[in-house]
Every structure is written in structure tokens, then in C-alpha cells.
Write a protein that binds this ligand. Structure first.
Ligand SMILES: Nc1nc2c(ncn2[C@@H]2O[C@H](COP(=O)(O)OP(=O)(O)OP(=O)(O)O)[C@@H](O)[C@H]2O)c(=O)[nH]1
Ligand SMILES: [Zn+2]
Ligand SMILES: [Zn+2]
Ligand SMILES: [Zn+2]
Length: 289
């Protein structure tokens, strides 16, 4: 899908693509590889912004509707008195999630990607012009709901958290290895629904994660009844502490970006890349404040 759908082009990196002056509407895979390397460069720049302000940045990823925003709402309720939090939301369309976060009393900025199925470092950098990092402890980036592409793009963040809701099935880590290999923490969400399901096993889900040679911790929780939230909040606090200790040593934290996922976007040798039409491009719009 990604080889032809144009999902590599976002409003943030579009000027880079256009600078390549495609001949006859078709350029080769080298353009994509160039984009990815430019993304990595931009990501390092973003991380320098975050590290200068000492703000831990967490990239939340999952398939659509797994409960990312519900997790953020519950997290903010618990932490807003003790930590300064902000959120960047990524969706193809609507400001719904940003409104939900703002209703919890914390700053949020919506990136609408139009057609792009993932955030990239350029989009996040644009968003930083609309959010004050000064004094923040935690910045969450809620990525576009998609269990493949977001794992391949470094945004300049520090940690990847991947949600798997119980209604999706415990085999998803096996079926979507690119995403689950990138997880620094796997959250099993919507556990309040377990009594209604007869075939979801948290043990199997964890085993499927570990079969990918990823020994990331796993926490099961429900945003509806609050079970498991304490373990998540403890994990967050320990990550903040570890990150602050790294900063004192002039180091930073880097997430596990999946290069093989980047290859999904650009199979060497046989892939043609079709730039999106002007009509489609017109529809892509990053909301300006
Ligand atoms: N039963 C139950 N439902 C939940 C839970 N968390 C979220 N939901 C429901 O699941 C649906 C999607 O939740 P969201 O928080 O919007 O999911 P999301 O991952 O942010 O969705 P996108 O941003 O569209 O990808 C909503 O109807 C929520 O009420 C939960 O812990 N238990
Ligand atoms: Zn894609
Ligand atoms: Zn900058
Ligand atoms: Zn959401």
C-alpha cells in the first residue's frame, strides 16, 4: 500500500519532495530514501529541542481506536497536578482528540495529515511552533492510528509506547512485527472488556511480543475502570527519572525506529514513487493556529 498510496508525503516534508523536480511525474526510490534520511536528520534536531527543555517525549502508537486518547485523558487526570504535560495529536482529519485533551486542562496541538498515515519529524517540528516546551515535564505525541508505518519514523521523541486493545486479538504482535519490535512498552488496553471475550490471552500477547526478541515490559489496563493505571504511571515516572539522569550525563534516549519498516515504504530496485496530484496536495493542510 505504502509504495503507491503516497503516504510518505506529509505537509511537513512535501517541500523536500518538490525540490527533487520529478521527471514525467515519476521519481525513483532514491527520493524516498532521501526523505527518510532527511527525516532522521530533522528528528535529531527535534530531540535537541526536547533535551534543551528537559522534556521527556513519548510516542503513542496503535491501530485506530485502541484507546490512545482515553489513556491520555486518564493519565492527565492523575498527573496534571504534579507534572506539566502537553500533547501533540496526529490524525488524518478532525480536531476531536485535541479538544478532548484540552478539556482536561492541558495544552494540545492537532496535526491533520490529510492522507499521510503516520507523523514524521517535519510535522512534529512544525507543531513545536504552536506549543511552549518551556517548563514541560512530559510531551505525548499521539500518532495516527496505524499498526505499521508510524514505527518507521523517528520524530525526535524518546520512547515508544504501543497499545494493543483486547478486542484486536492477542496475535497482533506476531502479525505486525515492525510495530511491536519498536515498543519500549506494550500496553494491553480495555481490559474491562475481557469478561465478554473468550479468546484473548494476555499471556499469549506477551509471548508473541517476546517472540520478536523484544523484552519490553507489558502492562494491562483499562481507561474505563482504572485498573492497571498505577503500573503505567509508575513506568512513566521511572522513565522521567531515567531520562533526567541521562541528561545530567549529557546523553539522551533514542527510540527503537524500525528500519525494516522504512523498507516497506521503499523496496529497493523495483519501486516507483508517484507524487500526489496537485488536487490531492491541496487537501493536505497543517492547521495553523
Ligand atoms: N470498554 C472500554 N472502552 C474504551 C477504553 N478506552 C477507550 N475505549 C473506547 O474505545 C473507543 C476509542 O477510544 P479512543 O481513546 O478514541 O481511541 P484512539 O486510539 O485514541 O483512537 P484514534 O485516535 O481514532 O486512533 C472509544 O469509544 C472509547 O470510549 C477502555 O479502557 N475500555
Ligand atoms: Zn504508510
Ligand atoms: Zn527547530
Ligand atoms: Zn485518539
Amino acid at each position: 500500500m505504502c509504495n503507491t498510496c503516497g503516504c510518505n508525503i506529509t505537509p511537513g516534508n512535501r517541500p523536500l519532495v518538490m525540490a527533487e523536480k520529478p521527471k514525467n511525474g515519476v521519481t525513483t526510490v532514491s527520493v524516498l530514501q532521501n526523505l527518510l534520511s532527511k527525516n532522521n536528520h530533522q528528528a535529531e534536531h527535534n530531540r535537541a529541542h526536547f533535551d534543551a527543555q528537559k522534556v521527556l517525549v513519548i510516542n503513542l502508537m496503535s491501530s485506530p481506536g485502541s484507546g490512545k486518547t482515553a489513556l491520555l485523558e486518564a493519565t492527565i487526570k492523575h498527573l496534571r497536578d504534579s507534572l506539566k504535560i502537553a500533547v501533540i495529536e496526529g490524525d488524518l482529519e478532525t480536531e476531536n482528540d485535541t479538544k478532548r485533551i484540552q478539556a482536561q486542562g492541558v495544552p494540545a496541538y492537532q496535526i491533520t495529515t490529510g492522507t499521510a498515515c503516520h507523523l514524521d519529524a517535519h510535522l512534529v517540528h512544525n507543531a513545536l511552533h504552536h506549543l511552549a516546551l518551556d517548563g514541560l515535564d512530559l510531551l505525548f505525541i499521539e500518532n495516527v492510528g496505524n499498526l505499521v508505518c508510524p514505527a518507521s519514523f523517528d520524530l525526535g521523541h524518546h520512547r515508544n509506547v504501543v497499545l494493543l486493545s483486547v478486542t484486536e486479538g492477542d496475535d497482533k504482535p506476531a502479525k505486525y512485527p515492525v510495530m511491536f519490535r519498536a515498543a519500549d512498552l506494550m500496553l494491553i488496553s480495555k481490559t474491562d472488556l475481557l469478561p465478554y471475550l473468550d479468546d484473548f490471552s494476555a499471556v499469549n500477547a506477551e509471548q508473541n511480543l517476546h517472540n520478536l526478541a523484544n523484552d519490553a515490559p507489558v502492562i494491562a489496563f483499562s481507561a474505563k475502570d482504572g485498573n492497571g493505571l498505577d503500573a503505567w504511571l509508575t513506568w512513566l515516572q521511572s522513565e522521567i527519572t531515567a531520562y533526567q539522569a541521562l541528561l545530567l550525563k549529557q546523553q539522551t534516549q533514542r527510540p527503537k525506529v524500525q528500519q525494516d519498516g522504512q523498507l516497506l515504504h521503499a523496496q529497493p530496485g523495483n519501486t516507483k514513487f508517484y507524487p500526489i496530484s496537485n488536487k490531492t496536495a491541496h487537501k493536505i493542510n497543517v492547521k495553523q493556529a
